[in-house]
Design a protein around this ligand. Structure first.
Ligand code: HEC
Ligand code: HEC
Length: 311
């Protein structure tokens, strides 16, 4: 009996050390991806469009600023610092957003336009590693990326060294086996005509504002499993009531079924009503009436899903 136990112990030890070696060996996997042909511009209209995306629908500011009153600054139409350092305490470790100002040492000053465009479109960083899956902007058009990068380049450089991420054991295992670059899921587009059509609304919802990130159900590793925009994502945080994203499809059981276009726009003008809501209401509130009309029109074209029938 003792002998068997001893051998089992040895075998388990071998398996564990084998596994940890594999996990360690897979911490810095490299990927290949093309550099999109994107060049920052100093054209004022392009920079203004980029500013609108970063502070508005693209809500980059929501994660890349640590300014305490970011919501009120956005409401006032001001520009919160994009110097990064916002901290995410997750079950896999502690992660920090990067400094998006053009500082050479601590910001994006050391990245080329192509490198910034590649990390946003193909999730591959300068050093070839996969970026963490916080930013589903893979389907942005060339025009969107050009505008965003032009705006970031126009900012005043701010020196802010953001700490390195800290992975725990679970985080290392996830990094070794599950973190892979996210790629575009739609054919690449040079530009999408900005108007109030459902076509443009879809581009905003799926590629720029990423409403589906929270309003479509996903599994533990972030893959979409629910019907598009039918809601059901659960947000649980200690000490706060649980929030579940509402169903945005045109079904009588959906949240916005009885809302007309006016109501929809007005709701966005009201901003955050539930203080602990995860939805970046203040950034979205900077969207124009036309952008909100386009989104509304797109939501109307979705397959109606019964809130209470889906799993
Ligand atoms: C939900 C939070 C979130 C949002 C929204 C967000 N980011 Fe990030 N961003 C992060 C995190 C976290 C990292 C660090 C990821 C890593 O190191 O793998 C990061 C890293 C980056 C990087 C550095 C990548 C590299 O090469 O190391 C760039 C550039 C960037 N973000 C740009 C943007 C832009 C532009 C937007 C808006 C269009 C945006 N981010 C919106 C969380 C976010
Ligand atoms: C980061 C997660 C997240 C993103 C991204 C997000 N939402 Fe939400 N949304 C929520 C949560 C959580 C709620 C419920 C709490 C609340 O009402 O603020 C909600 C509520 C709503 C409501 C109901 C508001 C009410 O008063 O009944 C609407 C409408 C809505 N979202 C539309 C959108 C649209 C359109 C987008 C994209 C432009 C979007 N959401 C993006 C998380 C998100």
């Amino acid at each position: 009996m003792k002998k068997i136990l001893k051998w089992t112990g040895i075998v388990i030890l071998f398996i564990i050390s084998g596994l940890s070696l594999t996990v360690m060996g897979r911490q810095h996997l490299k990927y290949d991806a093309p550099y999109p042909n994107i060049k920052a511009s100093i054209d004022t209209a392009t920079i203004a469009k980029g500013r609108h995306i970063v502070l508005g629908p693209g809500h980059c500011v929501d994660c890349h600023s640590t300014i305490k009153n970011v919501d009120s600054l956005l409401q006032l139409g001001q520009e919160p610092l994009l110097s990064g350092g916002y901290k995410f305490d997750l079950p896999f470790g502690t992660f920090y957003t990067r400094n998006l100002t053009p500082d050479k040492e601590t910001g994006i000053g050391s990245l080329t336009d192509g490198e910034i465009a590649r990390v946003l479109r193909y999730s591959v960083k300068k050093n070839g590693e996969s970026v963490l899956p916080f930013m589903p902007f893979q389907n942005m058009s060339d025009e969107d990326l050009t505008a965003v990068i032009s705006y970031l380049r126009s900012l005043k450089p701010i020196e802010n060294k953001v700490p390195d991420h800290q992975y725990n054991v679970l985080g290392r295992i996830i990094k070794a086996f599950l973190i892979k670059p996210m790629n575009p899921t739609e054919p690449l587009q040079t530009a999408v005509k900005a108007d109030t059509t459902a076509r443009y609304g879809k581009h905003l919802v799926m590629a720029v504002a990423n409403c589906n990130e929270c309003h479509t159900k996903r599994n533990e590793i972030g893959a979409y499993i629910g019907k598009p925009l039918a809601g059901g994502t659960v947000f649980e945080e200690e000490g706060k009531p649980t929030l579940i994203t509402p169903n945005l499809t045109p079904h009588p059981s959906g949240r916005i079924y009885g809302w007309n276009q006016e109501t929809f726009i007005q709701r966005f003008r009201l901003g955050k009503l539930i203080p602990y809501s995860h939805m970046p209401w203040e950034s979205y509130g900077r969207m124009t009436d036309d952008e909100l009309k386009a989104i509304y029109n797109y939501l109307k074209t979705l397959e109606p899903v019964d809130t209470y029938e889906k799993k």
